[in-house]
Design a protein around this ligand. Structure first.
Ligand SMILES: NC(=O)c1ccc[n+]([C@@H]2O[C@H](COP(=O)([O-])OP(=O)(O)OC[C@H]3O[C@@H](n4cnc5c(N)ncnc54)[C@H](OP(=O)(O)O)[C@@H]3O)[C@@H](O)[C@H]2O)c1
Length: 260
């Protein structure tokens, strides 16, 4: 698994990380999935209080191995007091948070100040912000220019490329880390490349091609993908191995994706 520096922080992150939206909102034991992910090199986990039981389920699955992995999570509330309560709860679960983000830019003044304070106290290593909608990219860009963020989390895949124009150049010039959310959404998994095309890309599945396409953008730190299936964990981890795609290979992935 390729590792990259998260922007200008001292945090080395894997090219592929694991999201917990939907997949960890359960009382089931996710330990086997987490162990397999870590063994495969996927040792960054992204969560949020928005994802129901996900933070708690992740914390349980990490008992005894918390210090071997990176935890990214979020504050998700417009309320200042509730933000503090979420942070208290999350820090009890994980001890510290490696990457703490303002979820969907909710009450940035209060929540970013909270995260900055926790960072100054050594309980958080990097602070950032997320949004899932292109309509919020202008606000995200303004915040990125404020120099208060270490990283951002944004959507990006071969069918969803607004970030390529509107945010990634800015992330690069500001030295910000970039986590990518939802790389396999937008119906992209419906595409059917030929065996020859997969061979040309040096991958064995289309999901791998999509993940590798995102990870091949040098401005991307980690591609977050979510699954409950052991086979998909192994498959997705391989997308984080070099060699990454050349410009021609990236163009081929876009052609396959756009053909519909
Ligand atoms: N606003 C925000 O901050 C925000 C918004 C959205 C997401 N996120 C974060 O980003 C993470 C990733 O986004 P996402 O949850 O949308 O993940 P995703 O990886 O884009 O999509 C997950 C879906 O892809 C399937 N899948 C995964 N690997 C596959 C493979 N190799 N082959 C075929 N299907 C595969 C999964 O099904 P199976 O279980 O069957 O594999 C699942 O249905 C989230 O979990 C969350 O942590 C943040």
């Amino acid at each position: 698994m390729d590792r990259r520096r998260l922007g200008r922080t001292s945090i080395d992150v894997p090219a592929i990380g694991m999201g917990t939206w939907r997949t960890f909102d359960t009382d089931e034991d996710r330990r086997p999935l987490v162990e397999l992910a870590v063994e495969s090199g996927i040792d960054l986990f992204d969560s949020s209080p928005m994802y129901g039981r996900a933070e708690r389920t992740l914390a349980r699955a990490l008992e005894g191995i918390r210090e071997r992995v990176l935890v990214a999570t979020k504050i998700w509330t417009a309320g200042a007091e509730e933000g503090q309560e979420q942070a208290d709860h999350t820090l009890r679960l994980f001890g510290h948070v490696d990457v703490y983000q303002v979820h969907n830019l909710l009450n940035v003044p209060a929540q970013l100040a909270l995260l900055e304070r926790l960072k100054s106290e050594g309980r958080v290593r990097a602070v950032g912000a997320t949004h899932y909608q292109e309509s919020a990219f202008a606000d995200m860009a303004t915040l990125m220019r404020s120099k208060r963020l270490d990283m951002v989390q944004i959507p990006y895949n071969p069918l969803r490329r607004t970030a390529e124009r509107e945010l990634l150049p800015l992330a690069e010039s500001m030295g910000l880390g970039v986590l990518v959310m939802s790389p396999l959404q937008q119906g992209i998994l419906d595409r059917r490349p030929s065996t020859g095309q997969l061979e040309e890309l040096g991958v064995s599945t289309w999901a791998q091609a999509v993940l590798k396409w995102v990870a091949s953008d040098p401005r991307v730190s980690t591609v977050l993908t979510a699954t409950q299936q052991a086979g998909h964990v192994r498959e997705n981890a391989l997308a984080g191995d070099p060699p990454f795609f050349s410009p021609d290979q990236r163009a081929l992935v876009v052609r396959i994706a756009e053909r519909g």
